[in-house]
Design a protein around this ligand. Structure first.
Ligand SMILES: NC(=O)c1ccc[n+]([C@@H]2O[C@H](COP(=O)([O-])OP(=O)(O)OC[C@H]3O[C@@H](n4cnc5c(N)ncnc54)[C@H](OP(=O)(O)O)[C@@H]3O)[C@@H](O)[C@H]2O)c1
Length: 318
């Protein structure tokens, strides 16, 4: 049995389709099963929330593999970014270890660091450390910007662009290697099937900069730890990603750069006024001001047998 968190998200839904096509037995930890759509009748459902540790401890029964995708880029009424990403992941991996789970797959983010300026990246760094230190086999994925047609970010851009010009918080110069959620799901599915060259990495024979690199030293009985940085084939600035999206919508318009200090004040006021229904928060907008780059480019994805597509091709941008 495989426990999947975040099955209703952009990567999770793409991964679930693949797992079910392969005949895997899947249990989904979800807040609202209706968000699984038609898939909900093909999986076991565990009602749960990252802010509710007993819910995911119960969901671990009989589970061999956990794929932990659920995450939050804004504070929720039940928990802060730090609680929902860092503390919840620590609790999740501890619960997995205590239940005898064999391997734990986790999604961090490219550039995550405990000293990062953004709360989300700091929380992901702590979560990644918790997974690595838990003493069970683990695979960590650190993606660049992940997108899919119709996702929250593209939908927001589409709506905002109706204004006739698109406001961009900050300089728009931060660089990304956007990767399509379907390509990310292919990478996870390949890793679950063990389709990566790192046989060598698992034996500690891989050069440190090799794709799917092994982290840390390994005593004979030490858990296996793999880390894949998932990046698309292009390096695009934030402005350039927006222009690709606008072209896919058939719109060509000016971008209006809003100084960070002003954007931060305005978005914090919006969040205070609208609460959880705010269309965008400062914590989310700030994520687009920091680069997410993989030094190896798309080599790790390719090591998993996946050739990530260009953003123009996925979105149909002329
Ligand atoms: N998207 C990116 O650009 C990007 C970049 C770097 C890393 N990542 C990481 O990659 C992973 C997959 O990303 P994604 O883009 O597929 O995420 P996503 O589309 O934003 O989905 C997030 C998932 O987490 C679930 N979730 C949120 N809060 C929860 C809570 N309190 N309790 C239980 N579930 C909760 C959501 O469920 P509901 O349906 O109930 O809301 C949803 O299934 C995440 O760990 C993310 O942090 C993403």
């Amino acid at each position: 049995m495989l426990l999947l968190t975040g099955a209703t998200g952009q990567v999770g839904s793409a991964l679930l389709t693949r797992l079910l096509a392969q005949g895997a037995e899947v249990r989904c930890l979800v807040r609202d099963p209706r968000r699984l759509g038609a898939q909900r009748v093909r999986v076991q459902i565990a009602l749960g929330d990252l802010a509710d540790p007993p819910s995911f401890r119960n969901a671990m029964r009989g589970v061999d593999t956990v794929v932990h995708l659920a995450a939050a880029i804004r504070d929720q009424p039940q928990g802060s970014i730090e609680e929902l990403n860092a503390i919840a992941t620590w609790r999740m991996v501890q619960a997995a270890r205590q239940s005898g789970v064999r391997r734990f797959l986790f999604f961090s983010a490219l550039g995550a660091s405990p000293h990062h300026r953004c709360r989300f990246f700091r929380a992901k760094a702590l979560a990644e450390r918790a997974v690595m230190d838990a003493g069970i086999d683990c695979v960590v994925f650190a993606p660049s910007l992940v997108y899919a047609p119709g996702d929250h970010w593209l939908t927001l851009l589409e709506r905002v662009s109706l204004l006739g010009l698109t406001p961009v918080p900050g300089s728009g110069r931060a660089a990304f290697q956007p990767i399509w959620a379907q390509d990310v799901a292919d990478c996870v599915a390949a890793a679950l099937r063990g389709e990566h060259p790192p046989d060598a990495a698992l034996r500690g024979e891989c050069p440190p900069d090799a794709a799917g690199s092994e982290i840390g030293s390994r005593a004979p009985a030490a858990p296996r730890q793999l880390r894949f940085e998932l990046a698309g084939p292009q390096t695009l600035s934030h402005d350039e990603t927006i222009r690709v999206v606008l072209r896919s919508l058939g719109r060509r318009q000016r971008l209006l750069h809003v100084p960070s200090a002003l954007a931060s004040r305005a978005l914090r006021m919006l969040e205070r006024a609208l609460g959880p229904s705010a269309p965008v928060t400062w914590d989310e907008a700030e994520l687009m001001q920091v680069p997410m780059l993989a030094p190896r480019g798309s080599a790790d994805a390719q090591a998993l047998g996946v050739a990530p597509q260009r953003m123009e091709a996925v979105l149909g941008a002329a």
